[in-house]
Ligand binder design. Structure first.
Ligand code: PLP
Length: 456
């Protein structure tokens, strides 16, 4: 048998591939070790293919194409930007809140240079990272003090560990909630060493229920905002101000886990009213915790605000150190909070800009898109959702671009395979695009992608 009729011998060697012009270019781009690994893997694949199917071996050029594709794929990030055309503004699976221009700039500055993260310029001495967002949080919410940690789940863990370890926490049965991603309030409490004391029934909890459950071991009353579901019908929950009265009359603390932590009133846009941080503090909550990347519209963070003595205790707890916020988070959060301080959050914070976007503007955009696309496209009225576990069942009227396609699921798969991937909705066999959540810089590319998917 000679080389021409033995396909295995006809396969190029590792050396010849890596030393070829293309091989050298790939080694320069991805590093020699990675390129060699890819060459070996592609050759092994070819040998296997020949063993199983026979035939003739591929030419070097085709093998190098496969090597290039393999390297491209293995170095492509798995965390990729996408176009969110779902109309769900705080989409947890798509990264929750996009940052404002100012917050993006602050992140870039903090990431690319040294900073005063823990340094006092006046004295030249060590400072604390905890100061960066605290003053702004206090100014906006009226709180005495504040602390930022990794996320709201971490805020709850720190708070319960510091204030209720080995003691009882009273919570209404209707608030023993699970949030997306398997985060369950009872399990977090257990991890913190706090003992759960459930009161009331699923649909009704009154002030007297809390009072009767109190023992000398009780540390605090906890309210968890049932953010991702809605109870209707025969329900009653104790107003926060009443819970505060009951707690304080017995020298206990009241803690409010708000989840979303709105700083502005959602009702001004026809949505249900999401309780605000300011309201919780005014109602008498000693500590309030909420997320940075839900309705606040900033980076992932857990924010705790409230009484100074309590926040100081939390700051010194070892878990606050373990779960601390990083400099990029603090930079983005401070820049986001400044939008609220300046009264420009509705214009500058993307989450609020999307919530506040007039339906007429969205309809004009949808019509413009439909016209550009042609026959397959139409405009239909529909709903956008706030998402992120906020305001369940409360929606914003919107206009949708709709596409009539033969196979809507196949079409959305094609959209997801585009660059950047496009995430759309499907209803009644139509593909729906909500302009509300498409960022201003993405519209032109979105249209190109839609047109190209329709053509193929
Ligand atoms: C979202 C939410 C949390 C968890 O917040 P993360 O920032 O995602 O950790 C906790 N409690 C409530 C009520 C929530 O809505």
């Amino acid at each position: 048998m000679n080389a021409t009729n033995n396909p295995f011998r006809a396969l190029p060697s590792v050396d010849s591939l890596i030393n070829s012009h293309t091989g050298q270019a790939l080694a320069a781009r991805y590093g020699r070790d990675a390129a060699l690994d890819a060459v070996r893997a592609v050759l092994e694949q070819s040998r296997e293919h020949l063993r199983e199917n026979g035939g003739v071996s591929l030419f070097a050029e085709a093998l190098l194409d496969a090597v290039a594709a393999r390297l491209h794929h293995s170095f492509a990030p798995t965390l990729r930007p996408v176009i969110n055309a779902t109309g769900i503004i705080i989409h947890t699976n798509l990264g929750r809140a996009p940052l404002s221009d100012e917050a993006q700039k602050a992140v870039l500055e903090a990431a690319s240079q040294y900073s005063t993260l823990e340094y006092q310029l006046e004295t030249g001495k060590r400072g604390s990272r905890l100061v960066h967002a605290e003053a702004a949080l206090c100014e906006i919410t009226g709180a005495e003090a504040g602390l930022v940690v990794n996320n709201n789940a971490a805020a709850l863990v720190v708070l319960l560990s510091a204030l209720a370890k080995g003691r009882e926490v009273i919570i209404s049965r209707g608030q023993l909630i699970e949030i997306g991603g398997g985060f369950r309030i009872p399990e977090v409490m257990e991890q913190s060493g706090a003992l759960l004391r459930e009161v009331g029934t699923t649909n009704r909890t009154r002030a007297t229920d809390y009072e009767r459950a109190m023992t000398p071991d009780t540390a605090l009353l906890l309210r968890a905002h049932a953010s991702n579901f809605k109870q209707i019908g025969f329900t009653e929950s104790t107003p926060l101000a009443e819970m505060a009265q009951v707690a304080h009359a017995h020298n206990l603390l009241l803690v409010d886990d708000l989840g979303s932590g709105a700083l502005l009133d959602t009702a001004q846009f026809g949505l249900d009213h999401e309780p605000t941080v300011q309201e919780s503090l005014a109602a008498g909550a000693d500590l309030v915790c909420f997320s940075g990347d839900k309705l606040l519209g900033g980076p992932q963070a857990g924010i705790l605000v409230g009484k100074k003595a309590l926040v100081d205790m939390l700051k010194h707890h070892p878990l606050a150190r373990a779960l601390r916020a990083d400099k990029l988070c603090l930079a983005a959060l401070t820049a986001t909070l400044n939008h609220y301080r300046k009264g420009e959050a509705l214009e500058k914070v993307p989450v609020w800009r999307m919530i506040a976007r007039p339906v007429g503007e969205i309809e004009a955009l949808a019509s413009e898109w439909a016209q550009a696309i042609g026959d397959a496209a139409n405009v239909m009225m529909g709903d956008s959702a706030v998402g992120g576990g906020s305001l369940p069942g409360s929606t914003l009227p919107t206009a949708l671009l709709t596409l009539d396609v033969r196979d809507a699921d196949a079409f959305t798969a094609q959209l997801r395979a585009s660059d950047p991937p496009v995430i759309a909705r499907v209803a009644e066999g139509k593909v729906l695009f909500d302009p509300r959540t498409v960022l201003p810089g993405q519209a032109a590319r979105l249209l190109e992608i839609i047109v190209s998917c329709l053509q193929s």
